[in-house]
Ligand binder design. Structure first.
Ligand SMILES: [Zn+2]
Length: 217
């Protein structure tokens, strides 16, 4: 990444996406693979992240690290996707998640088990969270989930101060991730086509089960 000068210039790089942020957190969708900019903006955190959209100028010195981070996020998303697929194979709701530690270690992984365990409180995120057991702190952990978290799971992320939330897709369900970003959670939306396909297929074939899960039965 190159970043110098005063006047903001459009992002130059590979990919597409949208940044949006308020407060300490931000929401990013899509993927930038490489960024070159000439000053302005600044995405290093804090108020600089407010209201910036595509082409919003320099992303700050942390951006190159963030791009590396996106690759890791996609690797972690595969764990969540494996859980989602396992859930589908069990006749359950195909939402999977994993809680990742500061060093990239998998602390816990799980999937929605509403059907399997007859337990509506076992969402993908709560299953992963519970599987991780007790942790001293969560600020440096990452919750990776295949689908935008419902209010219940968004509350969990907020309650325990999980620092980063990585979401496979938000097309089939738009949960509380904007709210989390407003309250300081780093939110990454990967807009993953496989997550989207898996969920869309499930909803189309199991509308009653889906509406039961989101409390609209
Ligand atoms: Zn949930």
């Amino acid at each position: 990444m190159v970043c110098a000068g005063k006047a903001a210039s459009p992002l130059v790089g590979v990919g597409r996406g949208r940044w949006r942020g308020r407060g300490r957190g931000f929401v990013r969708t899509g993927l930038f693979a490489q960024v070159t900019c000439a000053g302005g903006g600044g995405f290093g955190g804090g108020s600089a992240a407010v209201g910036v959209v595509i082409g919003g100028g320099c992303l700050g010195s942390g951006e190159s690290q963030r791009e590396v981070g996106v690759e890791r996020y996609r690797e972690w998303l595969e764990i969540a996707l494996d859980e989602a697929r396992a859930g589908a194979a069990e006749g359950g709701i195909p939402i999977g998640a994993a809680l990742i530690g500061p060093g990239g270690e998998v602390l816990g992984r799980g999937r929605n088990r509403r059907v399997q365990d007859d337990d509506p409180s076992l969402h993908g995120e709560t299953s992963a969270f519970r599987a991780a057991g007790r942790q001293r702190r969560y600020a440096d952990t990452t919750m990776v989930t295949t689908l935008s978290p419902c209010w219940y799971c968004s509350g969990l992320v907020r309650q325990f101060g999980i620092g980063t939330l990585v979401i496979g897709e938000t097309r089939n369900f738009h949960g509380g991730h904007d709210w989390l970003a407003d309250h300081g959670t780093r939110v990454e939306v990967l807009d993953d086509p496989e997550c989207t396909r898996l969920m869309a297929e499930f909803i189309a074939t199991n509308p009653h089960l889906w509406h039961e899960d989101i409390g609209e039965a």
